[in-house]
Design a protein around this ligand. Structure first.
Ligand code: FMN
Length: 199
């Protein structure tokens, strides 16, 4: 069965990216995906301490909630990640997760010796984001960050849903078309992942 991990990176429980990701989860489930959800603000997760305890086995040495997330990240076929734009990048909650995944980067590039710049990925990721302003370059920084985060997870950035001019909690509810787009992206994501299932 195709398994998807959905990670909510907003500090808000009913924020814009949360509502969008919930729709994508609904869409994927409606098609038959098994979706597990993680709300980062509910976890106890230290930032990366840069001690490289992961160098031996590829597993982070800090014993906190990241250990469970690590296993879930390795087990899923695809990841749906949502984060608001904070100072042109992801939220602090999301960035802490990303930095802890340096352990997966170490596993992939140092321990398994994957060549740098390899363009084929075994898995896929969908990224959802929202920002308050409308600048042309609003998502430039975050897309670079997310692309390389997914790379460490052996995932290509399959698609990104990026919404400007959403500021207050629930602003996205004024845009049913965004929520519909997220639902459809969840459906399509499931099919994109399933097409790689063995017959
Ligand atoms: C700490 C902080 C930093 C922010 N930085 C930006 C920014 O650089 N650019 C922008 O357009 N909006 C910025 N915003 C606004 C949020 O991106 C916006 O409110 C978004 O809709 C929040 O999404 P959420 O409801 O999913 O958390 C910032 C908000 C906060 C609280």
């Amino acid at each position: 069965m195709t398994s998807i991990l959905a990670i909510y990176g907003s500090p808000r429980r009913k924020g814009n990216t949360t509502l969008l990701l919930k729709k994508a989860v609904e869409g994927a489930r409606a098609e038959g995906a098994a979706v597990e959800e993680i709300v980062l603000r509910d976890l106890r997760m230290s930032p990366c301490l840069e001690i490289y305890g992961c160098k031996k086995t590829g597993r982070c040495a800090i014993k906190d909630d990241f250990q469970t997330v690590y296993d879930m990240l390795l087990a899923c076929d695809g990841l749906m990640l949502a984060s608001p734009i904070f100072f042109y990048t992801v939220s602090a909650h999301t960035k802490i997760l990303m930095d802890r995944c340096q352990s997966l980067w170490v596993k992939r590039y140092w321990l398994e010796k994957t060549p740098f710049g390899k363009k084929e990925f075994k898995r896929k990721g969908l990224f959802i984001s929202a920002g308050a302003t409308r600048g042309k370059r609003l998502f430039d920084g975050v897309l670079l960050t997310v692309r390389y985060f997914f790379d460490a997870l052996d995932m290509e950035l399959w698609n990104s849903l990026l919404y400007r001019e959403l500021d207050f909690e629930g602003d996205v509810l004024k845009h049913q078309e965004y929520l519909e787009e997220a639902y459809a992206a969840g459906q399509q994501f499931f099919h994109a992942l399933s097409s790689h299932d063995p017959p």
